[in-house]
Ligand binder design. Sequence first.
Ligand code: GLY
Length: 427
Amino acid sequence: MKVLVIGGGGREHAIVWKLAQSRRVDKIYCCPGNTGIADLAECVNIDPMDFGALLNLVKYEWIDLTVVGPEAPLAAGIATAFRKDGRKIFGPGADAAKLEASKSFSKDFMRRYALPTAEYKVFNSYVHAEDYVRLKGAPIVIKADGLAAGKGVIVAKTVQEAADALRLIMKERAFGEAGDKVVVEDCIEGEEASFMAFTDGKTIIPMVSSQDHKRIFDKDHGPNTGGMGAYSPAPVLGPEMEKTVMETVMKPFLRGVQAEGMDFRGVIYAGLMIKDGKPYVLEFNCRFGDPETQAILRRLDSDFFEIILSTSEGKLAQANVQWKQESSVCVVMASGGYPGSYQKGKIISGLDKAGKMKDVVVFHSGTGFDGEHVVTDGGRVLGVTATGRDVKEAKTRAYEAVEKISFEGMQFRTDIADRAIKGSTCE
Ligand code: GLY
């Protein structure tokens, strides 16, 4: 079988890496891919938003199945367009992808189906939103309604910070149209965790738990990023909590999908806050998380292609989804200056040495090739993953590999997975 993967980050490298292990996969294409992915797949430089060109590639290369990584093409309707053309694709249709693409739509959906989530109000007027913030007080959460590359959520510690956030989003239009509306939400403080599941709209099968590290610096200091590392399992999402999430979040979610006739064949990712033993949904994403997927796919023991194919065909109930008992850790190495501006083209050394280490896989996020060397080509550059008997062993291995890699200006957190190590490491 031939598979096309859409995207070009660490998540897509992990997806390609796992698909390549399937005996049923003969060839993988990736649009646009990256330097690491090019070792396993034919990278074709087509924009993930150019659906016409992607469909032509699928037709002319006789590609059997497409897997979508990022949210933007899903929100723009790639899965709907492919299915209309009779193509198999893993990813929700535009109607369901709106659960990620519009925060107000998502919150209204959660309210309709009684999912646990913070109280909120939706505004399209700056003045009314500011009045509401002054009435409610802080801390309070301001969310741009649309997609904003992970930057549209601001947790305001003071009323002034909230007013500044409203101005940034609604008046200065920092995220363009995504800020036409805002969701103003009560702040729930607790421990964050990521819960992802495969679903075909009929069956829902959870993946192993994970936890992301969103801030750039150790101890959760500094600005938010796309994610500086992840580990799996996350002790906060142990077996009892997983049951609670399935009963109170995932099953009502599925009832909602069915009641509204949504075309959901892909991954549902609930960003959760666990407070006083109860999960609350902060947001839904309709795709694999990054970097969580880099850590999680290291633990998948089943044929990934079979899972993806059966989900896309609406036959997930037939899929075999098994996980390894071991733990995994992913440490993201980023360019100097990220998440602000950064330079590209820095030579990366030590990739071979790190890649040869036992139980280590280095996924490429933002890399390029200058004709001679692998060079940096993005904010997040590499995801260094390692597995071990427990999170502590996986962390030690991951950082041993990180030590072998260098590029000018590199930055990485040194405390990925510490939260799990200081607590329990059992799933
Ligand atoms: N790691 C956060 C995300 O994928 O949205």
